[in-house]
Design a protein around this ligand. Structure first.
Ligand SMILES: *[C@@H]1O[C@H](CO)[C@@H](O)[C@H](O)[C@H]1NC(C)=O
Ligand SMILES: *[C@@H]1O[C@H](CO)[C@@H](O)[C@H](O)[C@H]1NC(C)=O
Length: 422
């Protein structure tokens, strides 16, 4: 309860505090994850930098550095130090014990970096996580007048609910924390209209949508290029005789790869089914179990290949696919899967698992299909493999989709929101 009171007090102070002015084109972007694995925040950074903003990008980095855009003269990156590897969450109990230590360590090391950085006009964080970033946003605003902006990728409490269950007190507490502390922010950006609607219902505004869109290195390829790209796939593939299905997964509980397997088992039993190569890309906790499952239950007509691609090879590999499958089941129902955006960037149509917001991105029969269960997934896969006319028609839809680009979306919606007072 004390925590809630402190939060309420803090947000009250912020409401009373009048909006301060923004004087310089400087923005701090905080990523509480690996920067190189946070494409949207990298794209934000690059877009601001292209518009002449000085960007201080704070986040976790591995030895290779912050990722794609480390050489832009307007972007300066800062690595957050990490805790020793032994402090990981092995069980629910250790999660509850270790989380506070981790958060405190994070909070102090980030504060240290933030106060080393020159004063900025805006402070952009992604949500989730909201702990401790929302607090930091308010602290930075109170102490330095930096306007606090939240880029909503999803809700933190719905993701925590996957781990702890919907009724867990921590989940309820996090929901209150997110709602209350978000209210004091200067501006909100969401990845979907459906998410914007939730924030508006919570009384959180102003709130604008900036869709995820593929950056320029995701492009459709011509047949000739496709052939030459096939070498990045570590498995023989004959485009004349087989179809290539691609799915990317982070192997987390909100993506049920076994639902795809069930669909492919039905496909395996279909007469005259075209042989299928299934590329499952991504790393994550559930992968070893799935590999064992595949070894025990081979599907004659369906071969699997589970590679990990570098960020240069990934767009080339997925551009080779005939179509993609998205198994993303949004924890909130309101976020949109980035991997579908990437596939559309390459002009590849997608069969997507259904959830409330997905229809903002995937349009049934136009740029792909939406499936409610494994049986429907199977039917769509079978349709796309057997009916060249249908495949070409949704490929055309996905090709149209590939013309929607991050820069256009961002330039249209974002710069006008980040005003500078003269
Ligand atoms: C896949 O189909 C083949 C026959 O085409 C069959 O022998 C095999 O058992 C099937 N695999 C599974 C897991 O059902
Ligand atoms: C999936 O379910 C939704 C409603 O839940 C329905 O409108 C839609 O037609 C279903 N999709 C298919 C392919 O049957």
């Amino acid at each position: 309860m004390l925590a809630i009171r402190i939060l309420l007090f803090l947000s009250a102070v912020i409401f009373i505090n009048s909006r301060r002015s923004a004087k310089s084109k400087r923005i701090i972007i905080l990523v509480l994850g690996r920067i190189d694995q946070s494409p949207r925040m990298q794209y934000h950074a690059l877009s601001f930098a292209k518009q002449g903003w000085k960007v201080d990008l704070v986040g976790y980095q591995d030895k290779k550095g912050p990722g794609l855009f480390q050489n832009h003269p307007n972007i300066q990156s800062y690595a957050i130090p990490t805790l020793p590897g032994s402090l990981t969450f092995r069980s629910r109990l250790s999660f509850l014990l270790v989380a506070p230590v981790k958060i405190l360590h994070q909070l102090l090391s980030i504060l240290f970096i933030l106060f080393k950085i020159k004063q900025a006009s805006y402070f952009l964080v992604q949500n989730p996580p909201s702990i401790p970033t929302f607090l930091l946003g308010h602290v930075l605003y109170l102490l330095r007048g930096t306007r606090f902006v939240i880029d909503w990728h999803n809700f933190g409490y719905t993701i925590l609910a996957l781990k702890l269950g919907k009724e867990h007190p921590f989940v309820k507490l996090l929901r209150i924390y997110e709602r209350v502390l978000a209210k004091g922010a200067f501006l909100h950006i969401t990845v979907s209209y459906s998410m914007q609607q939730v924030l508006l219902e919570w009384g959180i505004r102003p709130c604008h949508v900036c869709y995820d869109r593929p950056p320029a290195h995701f492009q459709p390829v011509q047949d000739a290029t496709r052939k030459s790209n096939l070498h990045v796939i570590p498995e023989e593939f004959n485009p004349e005789k087989e179809k290539l299905l691609v799915t990317s997964t982070s192997w987390t509980p909100d993506e049920n790869i076994y639902a795809l397997w069930d669909a492919l088992k039905m496909y395996n039993e279909t007469r005259n089914a075209v042989p299928l190569l299934v590329l499952v890309t991504g790393k994550g906790p559930g992968k070893p179990d799935f590999v064992k499952h595949l070894q025990k239950n081979p599907l004659g007509k369906v071969r699997f290949c589970l590679p990990w691609f570098s960020s240069e090879d990934y767009p080339r590999a997925i551009a080779c696919a005939d179509f993609g499958v998205s198994l993303h089941q949004s924890s909130s129902g309101h976020d949109l899967p980035m991997k579908v955006v990437d596939l559309f960037g390459c002009g590849v149509p997608v069969v997507a698992w259904n959830f409330p917001a997905i229809s903002e991105l995937v349009h049934d029969h136009k740029n792909g299909f939406i499936a409610n269960d494994s049986n429907e997934l199977f039917k769509k896969i079978e349709l796309l493999c057997s009916d060249e006319h249908v495949l070409q028609s949704v490929r055309q839809g996905a090709f149209e989709e590939s013309k929607n680009r991050w820069d256009d979306e961002w330039n249209k919606k974002i710069p006008r929101l980040f005003t500078i007072d003269s």
